[in-house]
Design a protein around this ligand. Structure first.
Ligand code: PAF
Length: 282
């Protein structure tokens, strides 16, 4: 596996692979890879002949005062991990390669970006769709892999792909959790011991809510209230949002039916964690 830094070079490699009839899988990441990312790379390797992992901390998806500067960056570690999971190339462009002087084009998806993380982080999804669209144009993969932990991101990217007629299959992959339930995230590294312990309230609440639904609860507000109270009981937790929505269009759901998504964002100290659970209603 090797690291490629320029659009020109990666295009040349992809062209050659495609000429040989290879299927290309892309795993877009911002680096500081963990088991969640590795599960995406492994799946991409199972389903494609050639796997590109992009590592790019994308400035346009961070708002003012967010953690763009401090976001963990460890390319050598990432490159070893990506290789061990089956990546063929690590695409690691510099900011100026992706956004050269005079750059002036953005991709924006509406409606599904207006709630949940979109409401708390204005402009975030505009940055995500812009960079993902660019990566899709640069790598031209057959399939692209995204973690379900960023459930809204998956919905937004699927919408963009549908609306812009992109010939790319979007493959969402399940959340990977630590043994004690904490959803893996590169941002977990910011948590101190106390905050990490407190953060377990998120997965505990989601699993309890799932149990309530399995036992017949169909009132979305009751589920939401239960989670809010549960999380408020944790003194270090500062709720950003907790929502029970339709998993396809992210519309709020009072009466639970079809497939729902319980999505939440909660701050512990300066660290904002997100987590979610998709539940099929029988
Ligand atoms: O999920 C992420 O890590 C990022 O939002 C993505 C998709 C790599 C775009 O920068």
């Amino acid at each position: 596996m090797f690291i490629v830094e320029t659009v020109k070079e990666i295009r040349k490699i992809i062209k050659k692979e495609k000429r040989e009839g290879k299927k290309i899988g892309l795993v877009p990441t911002m680096g500081y890879l963990h088991e969640g990312h590795l599960s995406l790379i492994k799946k991409a390797k199972e389903e494609n002949d050639f796997v590109v992992v992009s590592v790019f901390v994308n400035p346009t998806q961070f708002g003012e005062g967010e953690d763009y500067e401090s976001y963990p960056r460890e390319l050598e570690r990432d490159s070893n991990l990506a290789k061990s999971a089956g990546a063929d190339i690590l695409f690691h462009p510099f900011v100026g390669e992706m956004y050269p002087n005079g750059y002036n084009t953005y991709v924006e998806t509406y409606k599904v970006t207006e709630k949940l993380c979109g409401a708390s982080r204005p402009g975030h999804f505009r940055g995500v769709t812009t960079v993902v669209c660019k990566l899709f144009n640069i790598v031209a993969p057959h399939r692209a892999y995204f973690g379900q932990k960023d459930a809204q991101q998956v919905v937004v990217i699927k919408q963009m792909v549908r609306d812009l007629n992109m010939d790319i299959e979007i493959i969402p992959c399940p959340i990977v959790r630590e043994k004690d339930g904490l959803a893996l995230s590169s941002r977990n590294t910011y948590l101190n011991e106390e905050e990490r312990r407190a953060g377990l309230i998120l997965s505990k609440s989601l699993f309890k809510a799932k149990e309530m639904i399995e036992n017949g609860e169909r009132d979305g507000l009751k589920i939401k209230d239960f989670i809010v109270k549960n999380i408020q009981g944790e003194p270090l937790a500062n709720i950003d949002y907790i929502e029970v929505v339709n998993s396809e269009n992210l519309e709020s759901m009072k009466k639970l039916e079809q497939e729902i998504l319980i999505a939440l964002a909660v701050k512990f100290g300066n660290t904002r964690l997100i987590d979610n659970m998709r539940i099929k209603i029988s």
